[in-house]
Design a protein around this ligand. Structure first.
Ligand code: HAM
Length: 498
Protein backbone atom coordinates (compact mmCIF):
# COMPACT_ATOMS: atom_id res chain seq x y z
CA UNK A 1 0.00 0.00 0.00
CA UNK A 2 1.28 3.45 -0.84
CA UNK A 3 2.59 5.41 2.11
CA UNK A 4 0.22 8.33 2.50
CA UNK A 5 1.87 10.04 5.46
CA UNK A 6 1.58 13.80 5.11
CA UNK A 7 4.51 16.08 4.46
CA UNK A 8 5.33 18.99 6.69
CA UNK A 9 7.63 21.96 6.25
CA UNK A 10 11.11 21.11 7.54
CA UNK A 11 11.79 22.07 11.17
CA UNK A 12 12.72 25.73 11.43
CA UNK A 13 11.18 26.59 8.05
CA UNK A 14 7.61 27.72 7.41
CA UNK A 15 5.12 28.84 4.80
CA UNK A 16 4.33 32.52 4.69
CA UNK A 17 0.64 32.78 3.89
CA UNK A 18 -1.99 35.38 3.05
CA UNK A 19 -2.99 37.72 4.58
CA UNK A 20 0.48 37.94 6.27
CA UNK A 21 2.25 38.05 2.91
CA UNK A 22 0.51 41.37 2.20
CA UNK A 23 2.38 42.82 5.18
CA UNK A 24 5.66 41.27 3.97
CA UNK A 25 5.11 42.92 0.62
CA UNK A 26 4.32 46.27 2.22
CA UNK A 27 7.50 46.14 4.30
CA UNK A 28 9.62 45.18 1.29
CA UNK A 29 8.02 47.91 -0.82
CA UNK A 30 8.84 50.43 1.92
CA UNK A 31 12.46 49.24 1.89
CA UNK A 32 12.69 49.66 -1.90
CA UNK A 33 11.28 53.18 -1.59
CA UNK A 34 13.29 54.42 1.39
CA UNK A 35 16.62 52.92 0.27
CA UNK A 36 16.16 54.35 -3.24
CA UNK A 37 15.76 57.85 -1.78
CA UNK A 38 19.22 57.40 -0.22
CA UNK A 39 20.75 56.35 -3.55
CA UNK A 40 21.02 52.59 -3.01
CA UNK A 41 20.60 50.06 -5.82
CA UNK A 42 19.35 46.50 -5.37
CA UNK A 43 21.68 43.51 -5.64
CA UNK A 44 20.40 39.92 -5.82
CA UNK A 45 23.29 37.60 -5.07
CA UNK A 46 22.90 33.81 -5.33
CA UNK A 47 21.78 31.79 -2.32
CA UNK A 48 24.62 29.27 -2.79
CA UNK A 49 28.22 30.36 -2.35
CA UNK A 50 31.55 28.62 -1.73
CA UNK A 51 31.73 27.55 1.93
CA UNK A 52 35.18 29.10 2.11
CA UNK A 53 33.71 32.57 1.43
CA UNK A 54 31.77 32.49 4.72
CA UNK A 55 34.54 30.74 6.62
CA UNK A 56 36.92 33.52 5.69
CA UNK A 57 34.51 36.47 6.03
CA UNK A 58 32.37 35.56 9.03
CA UNK A 59 35.13 33.56 10.75
CA UNK A 60 35.77 29.82 11.17
CA UNK A 61 35.36 29.95 14.96
CA UNK A 62 32.00 31.73 14.96
CA UNK A 63 28.83 29.79 15.79
CA UNK A 64 27.49 30.58 12.33
CA UNK A 65 30.36 28.93 10.46
CA UNK A 66 31.37 26.21 12.92
CA UNK A 67 27.87 24.90 13.73
CA UNK A 68 25.06 26.46 11.75
CA UNK A 69 25.75 26.30 8.03
CA UNK A 70 23.98 24.01 5.56
CA UNK A 71 26.96 22.73 3.63
CA UNK A 72 27.38 20.07 0.99
CA UNK A 73 29.68 18.88 -1.74
CA UNK A 74 28.52 19.57 -5.24
CA UNK A 75 30.01 16.84 -7.38
CA UNK A 76 32.02 18.21 -10.28
CA UNK A 77 30.16 18.22 -13.62
CA UNK A 78 33.15 16.37 -15.03
CA UNK A 79 32.48 13.35 -12.82
CA UNK A 80 28.90 12.47 -13.56
CA UNK A 81 29.58 8.87 -14.41
CA UNK A 82 28.88 6.21 -11.81
CA UNK A 83 31.91 4.02 -12.22
CA UNK A 84 31.39 0.30 -12.79
CA UNK A 85 34.18 -2.18 -12.20
CA UNK A 86 35.27 -1.97 -15.83
CA UNK A 87 35.81 1.76 -15.85
CA UNK A 88 37.15 2.22 -12.33
CA UNK A 89 40.62 2.68 -13.75
CA UNK A 90 39.72 5.52 -16.16
CA UNK A 91 37.44 7.06 -13.50
CA UNK A 92 40.24 7.24 -10.96
CA UNK A 93 42.58 8.60 -13.63
CA UNK A 94 40.02 11.38 -14.32
CA UNK A 95 39.69 12.17 -10.58
CA UNK A 96 43.45 12.51 -10.41
CA UNK A 97 43.54 14.87 -13.41
CA UNK A 98 40.74 17.02 -11.98
CA UNK A 99 42.46 17.21 -8.61
CA UNK A 100 45.70 18.22 -10.27
CA UNK A 101 44.02 20.89 -12.37
CA UNK A 102 42.19 22.19 -9.29
CA UNK A 103 38.68 21.43 -10.61
CA UNK A 104 37.96 19.24 -7.60
CA UNK A 105 39.52 20.12 -4.23
CA UNK A 106 43.21 19.24 -4.08
CA UNK A 107 43.09 17.39 -0.86
CA UNK A 108 46.53 15.72 -0.41
CA UNK A 109 45.11 12.69 1.38
CA UNK A 110 42.64 12.28 -1.48
CA UNK A 111 45.44 12.49 -4.04
CA UNK A 112 47.38 9.77 -2.28
CA UNK A 113 44.33 7.55 -1.91
CA UNK A 114 43.44 7.91 -5.56
CA UNK A 115 46.96 7.06 -6.64
CA UNK A 116 47.02 3.94 -4.46
CA UNK A 117 43.55 2.89 -5.63
CA UNK A 118 44.53 3.33 -9.25
CA UNK A 119 47.45 0.96 -8.82
CA UNK A 120 45.24 -1.63 -7.10
CA UNK A 121 42.69 -1.51 -9.88
CA UNK A 122 45.37 -1.84 -12.54
CA UNK A 123 46.87 -4.85 -10.81
CA UNK A 124 43.47 -6.46 -10.31
CA UNK A 125 42.45 -6.03 -13.91
CA UNK A 126 45.78 -7.35 -15.11
CA UNK A 127 45.68 -10.49 -12.95
CA UNK A 128 41.96 -11.01 -13.71
CA UNK A 129 41.62 -12.44 -10.20
CA UNK A 130 38.13 -12.64 -8.73
CA UNK A 131 39.06 -13.77 -5.25
CA UNK A 132 37.48 -12.55 -1.99
CA UNK A 133 40.48 -10.32 -1.64
CA UNK A 134 39.68 -8.64 -4.97
CA UNK A 135 36.06 -8.00 -4.00
CA UNK A 136 37.13 -6.55 -0.68
CA UNK A 137 39.36 -4.13 -2.58
CA UNK A 138 36.47 -3.11 -4.79
CA UNK A 139 34.25 -2.39 -1.80
CA UNK A 140 37.03 -0.36 -0.25
CA UNK A 141 37.37 1.62 -3.45
CA UNK A 142 33.66 2.36 -3.59
CA UNK A 143 33.77 3.54 0.02
CA UNK A 144 36.71 5.69 -0.87
CA UNK A 145 34.53 7.70 -3.27
CA UNK A 146 32.21 8.67 -0.46
CA UNK A 147 35.12 10.02 1.55
CA UNK A 148 36.73 11.86 -1.34
CA UNK A 149 35.78 15.44 -1.98
CA UNK A 150 34.82 15.05 -5.61
CA UNK A 151 33.51 18.56 -6.04
CA UNK A 152 33.18 21.98 -4.52
CA UNK A 153 32.24 22.65 -0.94
CA UNK A 154 29.23 24.96 -1.09
CA UNK A 155 26.80 26.38 1.49
CA UNK A 156 23.39 27.99 1.71
CA UNK A 157 24.19 31.56 2.68
CA UNK A 158 23.86 32.29 6.42
CA UNK A 159 24.15 36.04 5.70
CA UNK A 160 24.80 38.22 2.66
CA UNK A 161 27.57 40.70 3.53
CA UNK A 162 30.20 38.21 2.35
CA UNK A 163 28.29 37.71 -0.93
CA UNK A 164 28.02 41.46 -1.53
CA UNK A 165 31.78 41.86 -0.99
CA UNK A 166 32.44 38.93 -3.30
CA UNK A 167 30.26 40.56 -5.96
CA UNK A 168 31.98 43.94 -5.45
CA UNK A 169 35.32 42.29 -6.23
CA UNK A 170 34.04 40.02 -9.01
CA UNK A 171 32.42 42.90 -10.91
CA UNK A 172 35.27 45.38 -10.36
CA UNK A 173 32.90 47.76 -8.63
CA UNK A 174 35.88 49.70 -7.27
CA UNK A 175 35.93 51.28 -10.72
CA UNK A 176 32.45 52.78 -10.22
CA UNK A 177 31.99 56.13 -8.45
CA UNK A 178 32.59 55.41 -4.74
CA UNK A 179 31.06 54.59 -2.39
CA UNK A 180 28.89 51.89 -3.93
CA UNK A 181 25.57 51.57 -2.06
CA UNK A 182 23.72 48.27 -2.36
CA UNK A 183 20.73 46.65 -0.69
CA UNK A 184 19.27 43.16 -0.78
CA UNK A 185 16.42 41.11 0.62
CA UNK A 186 15.90 37.37 0.74
CA UNK A 187 16.22 34.12 2.65
CA UNK A 188 19.22 33.19 4.81
CA UNK A 189 19.88 29.80 6.43
CA UNK A 190 21.28 28.97 9.85
CA UNK A 191 20.86 25.70 11.69
CA UNK A 192 19.91 27.25 15.04
CA UNK A 193 17.49 25.89 17.63
CA UNK A 194 14.10 27.16 16.41
CA UNK A 195 11.97 29.30 18.72
CA UNK A 196 9.77 32.38 18.50
CA UNK A 197 11.54 34.82 16.16
CA UNK A 198 14.28 32.32 15.34
CA UNK A 199 14.08 30.15 12.24
CA UNK A 200 16.44 28.06 10.17
CA UNK A 201 15.24 29.75 7.01
CA UNK A 202 14.72 33.40 7.83
CA UNK A 203 14.65 36.58 5.80
CA UNK A 204 16.88 39.59 5.90
CA UNK A 205 16.65 43.04 4.39
CA UNK A 206 20.16 44.45 4.33
CA UNK A 207 22.25 47.28 2.96
CA UNK A 208 25.99 47.75 2.46
CA UNK A 209 28.17 50.72 1.57
CA UNK A 210 31.51 49.79 0.00
CA UNK A 211 34.42 52.07 -0.85
CA UNK A 212 34.60 55.80 -0.42
CA UNK A 213 36.32 57.95 2.18
CA UNK A 214 36.95 57.34 5.87
CA UNK A 215 34.01 59.52 6.95
CA UNK A 216 31.87 59.06 10.08
CA UNK A 217 29.03 60.71 8.12
CA UNK A 218 28.73 57.44 6.16
CA UNK A 219 28.05 55.48 9.37
CA UNK A 220 25.56 58.08 10.56
CA UNK A 221 23.65 58.35 7.29
CA UNK A 222 23.32 54.57 7.06
CA UNK A 223 21.84 54.44 10.57
CA UNK A 224 19.59 57.42 9.83
CA UNK A 225 18.23 55.58 6.78
CA UNK A 226 17.59 52.47 8.87
CA UNK A 227 15.65 54.40 11.52
CA UNK A 228 13.67 56.23 8.80
CA UNK A 229 12.73 52.86 7.33
CA UNK A 230 11.56 51.48 10.71
CA UNK A 231 9.58 54.65 11.29
CA UNK A 232 7.86 54.34 7.89
CA UNK A 233 7.00 50.72 8.67
CA UNK A 234 5.38 51.86 11.93
CA UNK A 235 7.67 49.75 14.13
CA UNK A 236 7.04 50.49 17.81
CA UNK A 237 9.43 50.76 20.74
CA UNK A 238 12.64 50.74 18.72
CA UNK A 239 15.90 51.20 20.62
CA UNK A 240 19.18 51.80 18.85
CA UNK A 241 22.35 50.69 20.67
CA UNK A 242 25.78 51.63 19.39
CA UNK A 243 29.38 50.87 20.28
CA UNK A 244 32.86 51.01 18.82
CA UNK A 245 35.04 47.91 18.96
CA UNK A 246 38.11 49.67 17.55
CA UNK A 247 40.47 48.05 15.08
CA UNK A 248 42.78 45.03 15.22
CA UNK A 249 45.99 46.58 16.55
CA UNK A 250 48.01 46.24 19.74
CA UNK A 251 47.24 49.81 20.78
CA UNK A 252 43.52 49.25 20.19
CA UNK A 253 41.28 46.15 20.22
CA UNK A 254 44.06 43.55 20.38
CA UNK A 255 45.48 45.21 23.48
CA UNK A 256 42.03 45.39 25.03
CA UNK A 257 41.30 41.73 24.26
CA UNK A 258 44.53 40.64 26.01
CA UNK A 259 43.58 42.71 29.03
CA UNK A 260 40.04 41.31 28.99
CA UNK A 261 41.34 37.76 28.71
CA UNK A 262 43.63 38.30 31.71
CA UNK A 263 40.77 39.74 33.76
CA UNK A 264 38.47 36.87 32.75
CA UNK A 265 41.09 34.30 33.79
CA UNK A 266 40.88 35.74 37.31
CA UNK A 267 37.13 35.08 37.53
CA UNK A 268 37.08 31.94 35.37
CA UNK A 269 35.71 29.68 38.12
CA UNK A 270 32.61 31.83 38.51
CA UNK A 271 31.74 31.70 34.79
CA UNK A 272 29.61 29.17 32.91
CA UNK A 273 31.06 26.61 30.50
CA UNK A 274 30.40 28.70 27.37
CA UNK A 275 32.12 31.77 28.75
CA UNK A 276 35.02 29.69 30.06
CA UNK A 277 35.57 28.32 26.57
CA UNK A 278 35.33 31.79 25.06
CA UNK A 279 38.12 33.17 27.25
CA UNK A 280 40.39 31.27 24.88
CA UNK A 281 38.52 31.45 21.55
CA UNK A 282 36.91 34.91 21.63
CA UNK A 283 36.81 36.77 24.97
CA UNK A 284 34.75 39.61 23.50
CA UNK A 285 31.81 37.22 23.13
CA UNK A 286 31.73 36.75 26.90
CA UNK A 287 30.33 40.29 27.04
CA UNK A 288 27.35 39.00 25.02
CA UNK A 289 26.38 36.54 27.75
CA UNK A 290 22.76 36.58 28.90
CA UNK A 291 23.38 34.30 31.91
CA UNK A 292 21.94 35.88 35.04
CA UNK A 293 24.79 34.97 37.37
CA UNK A 294 27.47 36.35 35.02
CA UNK A 295 25.99 39.85 34.78
CA UNK A 296 27.51 41.21 37.98
CA UNK A 297 30.93 39.86 37.01
CA UNK A 298 30.75 41.33 33.51
CA UNK A 299 29.83 44.73 34.94
CA UNK A 300 33.26 44.93 36.62
CA UNK A 301 35.29 44.10 33.49
CA UNK A 302 37.39 46.72 31.66
CA UNK A 303 35.52 48.59 28.92
CA UNK A 304 36.70 48.93 25.34
CA UNK A 305 35.92 52.65 25.15
CA UNK A 306 38.79 53.24 27.58
CA UNK A 307 41.23 51.32 25.37
CA UNK A 308 40.54 52.59 21.85
CA UNK A 309 43.42 54.14 19.89
CA UNK A 310 43.18 57.88 19.19
CA UNK A 311 41.87 57.43 15.62
CA UNK A 312 39.13 55.00 16.61
CA UNK A 313 38.17 57.17 19.58
CA UNK A 314 37.88 60.24 17.31
CA UNK A 315 35.89 58.25 14.74
CA UNK A 316 33.43 57.06 17.39
CA UNK A 317 32.99 60.57 18.81
CA UNK A 318 32.34 61.92 15.31
CA UNK A 319 29.76 59.21 14.55
CA UNK A 320 27.87 60.10 17.73
CA UNK A 321 28.02 63.80 16.88
CA UNK A 322 26.70 63.13 13.36
CA UNK A 323 23.85 61.02 14.74
CA UNK A 324 22.88 63.88 17.04
CA UNK A 325 22.94 66.33 14.12
CA UNK A 326 20.53 64.05 12.31
CA UNK A 327 18.23 63.72 15.30
CA UNK A 328 18.87 59.98 15.67
CA UNK A 329 18.38 58.86 19.26
CA UNK A 330 20.84 56.21 20.44
CA UNK A 331 22.04 54.48 23.58
CA UNK A 332 25.64 53.46 24.07
CA UNK A 333 26.22 49.83 24.99
CA UNK A 334 29.85 48.93 25.66
CA UNK A 335 28.92 45.22 25.63
CA UNK A 336 27.70 45.26 22.04
CA UNK A 337 30.34 43.16 20.23
CA UNK A 338 28.35 41.20 17.58
CA UNK A 339 28.86 37.57 16.63
CA UNK A 340 30.67 37.85 13.29
CA UNK A 341 34.43 38.33 12.98
CA UNK A 342 34.57 41.01 10.29
CA UNK A 343 33.52 44.00 12.38
CA UNK A 344 35.68 46.93 13.44
CA UNK A 345 34.87 50.38 14.87
CA UNK A 346 31.12 51.14 14.74
CA UNK A 347 28.74 48.34 15.71
CA UNK A 348 25.01 48.74 16.30
CA UNK A 349 21.85 46.83 17.01
CA UNK A 350 18.16 47.70 17.14
CA UNK A 351 15.60 46.07 19.36
CA UNK A 352 11.84 46.38 19.08
CA UNK A 353 8.87 45.50 21.27
CA UNK A 354 6.84 42.31 21.35
CA UNK A 355 9.65 39.93 20.49
CA UNK A 356 10.54 38.21 23.76
CA UNK A 357 14.13 37.02 24.05
CA UNK A 358 14.88 37.25 20.31
CA UNK A 359 14.30 41.01 20.29
CA UNK A 360 17.17 42.09 18.05
CA UNK A 361 15.50 43.20 14.86
CA UNK A 362 18.64 44.49 13.17
CA UNK A 363 22.39 44.26 13.51
CA UNK A 364 25.23 45.87 11.67
CA UNK A 365 28.56 47.58 11.72
CA UNK A 366 31.70 48.65 9.96
CA UNK A 367 34.00 46.11 8.28
CA UNK A 368 36.92 47.95 6.65
CA UNK A 369 39.32 45.28 5.46
CA UNK A 370 36.78 42.57 4.61
CA UNK A 371 36.99 43.15 0.84
CA UNK A 372 40.77 42.90 1.08
CA UNK A 373 40.51 39.72 3.15
CA UNK A 374 38.45 38.25 0.29
CA UNK A 375 41.09 39.10 -2.30
CA UNK A 376 40.02 42.61 -3.37
CA UNK A 377 41.64 46.01 -2.99
CA UNK A 378 41.69 47.79 0.41
CA UNK A 379 38.10 48.99 0.76
CA UNK A 380 35.99 50.50 3.50
CA UNK A 381 32.66 48.91 4.30
CA UNK A 382 29.66 49.24 6.57
CA UNK A 383 26.18 47.78 6.55
CA UNK A 384 23.28 46.22 8.40
CA UNK A 385 20.78 43.40 8.11
CA UNK A 386 17.23 43.55 9.40
CA UNK A 387 15.57 40.30 10.51
CA UNK A 388 12.41 40.59 8.44
CA UNK A 389 10.60 37.78 10.28
CA UNK A 390 11.10 39.65 13.56
CA UNK A 391 10.14 42.99 12.05
CA UNK A 392 6.88 41.46 10.81
CA UNK A 393 6.26 39.75 14.17
CA UNK A 394 6.72 43.00 16.04
CA UNK A 395 4.40 44.88 13.67
CA UNK A 396 1.75 42.19 14.12
CA UNK A 397 2.10 42.21 17.91
CA UNK A 398 1.48 45.95 17.97
CA UNK A 399 -1.66 45.59 15.85
CA UNK A 400 -0.11 46.63 12.55
CA UNK A 401 -0.74 43.28 10.88
CA UNK A 402 -2.49 43.01 7.52
CA UNK A 403 -6.26 42.53 7.36
CA UNK A 404 -7.51 39.61 5.28
CA UNK A 405 -7.73 40.77 1.69
CA UNK A 406 -11.38 41.34 0.73
CA UNK A 407 -12.65 41.90 -2.82
CA UNK A 408 -13.90 45.11 -4.32
CA UNK A 409 -16.55 43.36 -6.36
CA UNK A 410 -18.11 39.92 -6.24
CA UNK A 411 -20.00 39.06 -9.42
CA UNK A 412 -23.21 37.14 -8.75
CA UNK A 413 -24.36 35.79 -12.09
CA UNK A 414 -27.18 33.45 -13.17
CA UNK A 415 -27.78 32.06 -16.65
CA UNK A 416 -25.60 31.52 -19.68
CA UNK A 417 -25.98 34.98 -21.16
CA UNK A 418 -25.27 36.61 -17.82
CA UNK A 419 -22.15 34.49 -17.52
CA UNK A 420 -20.77 35.87 -20.82
CA UNK A 421 -21.45 39.41 -19.57
CA UNK A 422 -19.88 38.54 -16.20
CA UNK A 423 -16.67 37.40 -17.86
CA UNK A 424 -16.48 40.67 -19.75
CA UNK A 425 -17.28 42.76 -16.68
CA UNK A 426 -14.63 40.98 -14.61
CA UNK A 427 -12.02 41.67 -17.26
CA UNK A 428 -12.93 45.37 -17.52
CA UNK A 429 -12.98 45.90 -13.74
CA UNK A 430 -9.69 44.06 -13.18
CA UNK A 431 -8.08 46.08 -15.95
CA UNK A 432 -9.15 49.21 -14.07
CA UNK A 433 -7.35 47.83 -10.97
CA UNK A 434 -10.30 46.48 -8.92
CA UNK A 435 -10.10 43.09 -7.27
CA UNK A 436 -12.91 40.94 -8.59
CA UNK A 437 -14.24 37.51 -7.67
CA UNK A 438 -16.01 35.71 -10.51
CA UNK A 439 -17.46 32.42 -9.22
CA UNK A 440 -16.59 29.54 -11.52
CA UNK A 441 -19.98 27.84 -11.20
CA UNK A 442 -23.50 29.22 -11.17
CA UNK A 443 -24.96 29.96 -7.73
CA UNK A 444 -28.42 31.02 -6.65
CA UNK A 445 -28.31 34.77 -5.90
CA UNK A 446 -28.85 34.19 -2.17
CA UNK A 447 -25.96 31.79 -1.94
CA UNK A 448 -23.76 34.05 -4.06
CA UNK A 449 -24.42 37.05 -1.80
CA UNK A 450 -23.58 34.94 1.23
CA UNK A 451 -20.22 33.99 -0.32
CA UNK A 452 -19.59 37.61 -1.29
CA UNK A 453 -19.96 38.66 2.36
CA UNK A 454 -17.77 35.82 3.59
CA UNK A 455 -14.99 36.98 1.27
CA UNK A 456 -15.28 40.50 2.67
CA UNK A 457 -16.43 41.99 -0.64
CA UNK A 458 -17.51 45.62 -0.70
CA UNK A 459 -19.97 45.27 -3.57
CA UNK A 460 -21.89 42.54 -5.30
CA UNK A 461 -22.53 43.03 -9.01
CA UNK A 462 -25.74 41.19 -9.78
CA UNK A 463 -26.13 39.94 -13.34
CA UNK A 464 -29.24 38.04 -14.41
CA UNK A 465 -31.40 37.96 -17.53
CA UNK A 466 -33.00 41.34 -16.71
CA UNK A 467 -29.69 43.11 -16.35
CA UNK A 468 -28.30 41.64 -19.57
CA UNK A 469 -31.40 42.61 -21.52
CA UNK A 470 -31.66 46.17 -20.21
CA UNK A 471 -27.91 46.83 -20.14
CA UNK A 472 -28.44 48.22 -16.61
CA UNK A 473 -26.50 46.24 -14.01
CA UNK A 474 -27.41 45.97 -10.34
CA UNK A 475 -24.71 46.98 -7.87
CA UNK A 476 -25.32 46.15 -4.22
CA UNK A 477 -23.32 47.78 -1.44
CA UNK A 478 -22.84 44.90 0.99
CA UNK A 479 -22.27 47.12 4.00
CA UNK A 480 -25.44 49.22 3.61
CA UNK A 481 -27.51 46.83 1.43
CA UNK A 482 -28.28 49.77 -0.87
CA UNK A 483 -28.79 48.85 -4.54
CA UNK A 484 -28.47 50.91 -7.67
CA UNK A 485 -28.80 50.28 -11.41
CA UNK A 486 -25.87 51.35 -13.56
CA UNK A 487 -24.67 50.94 -17.14
CA UNK A 488 -21.22 49.40 -17.58
CA UNK A 489 -19.56 52.79 -18.03
CA UNK A 490 -21.48 54.38 -15.14
CA UNK A 491 -20.44 51.44 -12.92
CA UNK A 492 -16.78 51.99 -13.74
CA UNK A 493 -17.06 55.74 -13.16
CA UNK A 494 -18.86 55.18 -9.86
CA UNK A 495 -16.30 52.68 -8.51
CA UNK A 496 -13.42 54.89 -9.60
CA UNK A 497 -15.00 57.89 -7.85
CA UNK A 498 -14.96 56.11 -4.47
P1 HAM B 1 23.27 39.20 12.25
O1 HAM B 1 23.27 39.95 13.53
O2 HAM B 1 23.82 37.84 12.26
O3 HAM B 1 24.07 40.10 11.21
O4 HAM B 1 21.80 39.14 11.69
C1 HAM B 1 21.05 40.32 11.51
C2 HAM B 1 19.62 40.11 11.94
O5 HAM B 1 19.07 38.97 11.30
C3 HAM B 1 19.45 39.82 13.42
O6 HAM B 1 19.44 41.01 14.18
C4 HAM B 1 18.09 39.14 13.44
O7 HAM B 1 17.06 40.11 13.43
C5 HAM B 1 18.08 38.39 12.13
N1 HAM B 1 18.36 36.96 12.37
C6 HAM B 1 19.56 36.37 12.54
N2 HAM B 1 19.40 35.05 12.72
C7 HAM B 1 18.09 34.79 12.67
C8 HAM B 1 17.28 33.60 12.78
N3 HAM B 1 17.81 32.39 12.97
N4 HAM B 1 15.93 33.73 12.69
C9 HAM B 1 15.36 34.94 12.47
N5 HAM B 1 16.06 36.08 12.35
C10 HAM B 1 17.41 36.02 12.44
C11 HAM B 1 24.29 39.76 9.93
O8 HAM B 1 23.75 38.87 9.35
C12 HAM B 1 25.21 40.72 9.21
N6 HAM B 1 25.42 40.24 7.84
C13 HAM B 1 24.65 42.13 9.23
C14 HAM B 1 25.51 43.11 8.52
C15 HAM B 1 25.37 43.57 7.27
N7 HAM B 1 26.60 43.67 9.03
C16 HAM B 1 27.13 44.47 8.12
N8 HAM B 1 26.39 44.41 7.04
Amino acid sequence: MANKSKFQAIRGTRDLLPPDTALWNRVEQTAHEVFTTYGYGEIRPPILEPTELFARAVGGDTDIVSKEMYTFIERSDELDLQPTLGDLGPFLQRVKELQESGQVPRDPVGLELVEAARKDVDAMLRSKQKSDEAWRKIIELIMLFDGLKLGNDISLRPEATASVCRAYIEHNMQQLPQPVKLYYMGPMFRRERPQKGRYRQFYQIGAEILGGPDAPAIDAELIEMLMTFFDKCGLQGTELSINSIGHAADNCRRGYVSLLRAELEKVKDKLGADSQRRIETNPLRVLDSKLEHEQAIIATLPRIADHLCDECKAHYAAVKHELEQRGVIYRENWRLVRGLDYYMRTTFEITAQGLGSQNSVCGGGRYDGLVELLGGPPTKGIGFAIGEDRLILSLQESGKGAAPQGRDVYIAWMGERAYATAIRAAKTLRKAGFSVELPATELKFGKALERASKLGSRFALILGDNEVQSGEWTLKNLATSEQQKLTEQALLDYLKSL
